[in-house]
Design a protein. Structure first.
Length: 234
């Protein structure tokens, strides 16, 4: 049940941490609060955690480095909290493996909705029977999270790998932004969020697909994204 999920809150602002803890406890969640980034990895490895609420600015180790550390051993859902609303921070957080982010000051109901959407997506996400996809010189392995293209290993963040797997799993089909947001973030596209455009652009660069004239992963204007199955032989 979503309401009984164990949430790890990593936040050094004690007053903020206190009201977030109380608010989420009122809605049935179990909360563990940690104020330092360098204590997170050991806690996650030793305890049951269903989701991490992770501040960016932390003593001991910042949230970006904490996210990287978690991603080395776990796909645990991570929602980052940042007081800086510029796109660079958002994209960096997503590229190192965060699943979603919220901008401070945090709105209680919005935060609760993000948490429930993320947990519901994971709860309802069916296990895929296919663990490997192959298109020409591109090989994607879901179990090992390994991508090779033209015989070389391609290092992808968790967010980029999830996006690639989603698009490749639907090769030949245009996926609209709403479908991509629901699949990867657990909520609908709000019409303004550009994160997927940025991630698609970064994915193209990783896979040598010309961002100016993409042939492998196309943007179909007004519709969405298209993974071209027969474009990976070059």
């Amino acid at each position: 049940m979503i309401e009984y999920a164990n949430i790890l809150l990593v936040e050094d602002d004690i007053s903020l941490a206190q009201w977030v803890t109380e608010y989420l406890q009122e809605h049935g969640f179990k909360i563990k609060h940690i104020a330092r980034g360098d204590e997170v990895e050991d806690y996650v490895k030793s305890n049951s955690v269903d989701l991490v609420l992770l501040d960016v600015m932390l003593p001991g180790m910042d949230g970006i480095e904490v996210c990287k550390a978690i991603r080395r051993f776990s796909d645990l859902p991570i929602i980052m909290m940042t007081a800086r609303a510029d796109e660079f921070d958002e994209v960096v957080g997503l590229e190192v493996g965060a699943n979603d982010y919220v901008i401070k000051p945090v709105r209680p109901r919005a935060l609760l909705a993000r948490i429930k959407a993320m947990l519901r997506m994971l709860e309802n996400n069916p296990v895929r029977n296919v663990n490997e996809l192959s298109f020409g010189h591109l090989l994607i392995n879901a179990e090992s999270k390994r991508v090779t293209f033209q015989g070389e290993n391609i290092e992808l963040s968790t967010s980029l790998f999830s996006l690639l797997w989603l698009l490749a799993s639907n090769a030949g089909t245009v996926l609209d932004r709403d479908a991509v947001f629901k699949a990867l973030i657990g909520r609908e596209y709000d019409g303004l969020d550009r994160r997927m455009d940025v991630l698609v652009s970064n994915l193209r660069k990783k896979l040598n697909d010309n961002p100016q004239e993409p042939k492998k992963i196309k943007t179909i204007w007004g519709k969405g994204y298209l993974f071209v199955a027969d474009a990976w032989d070059d």
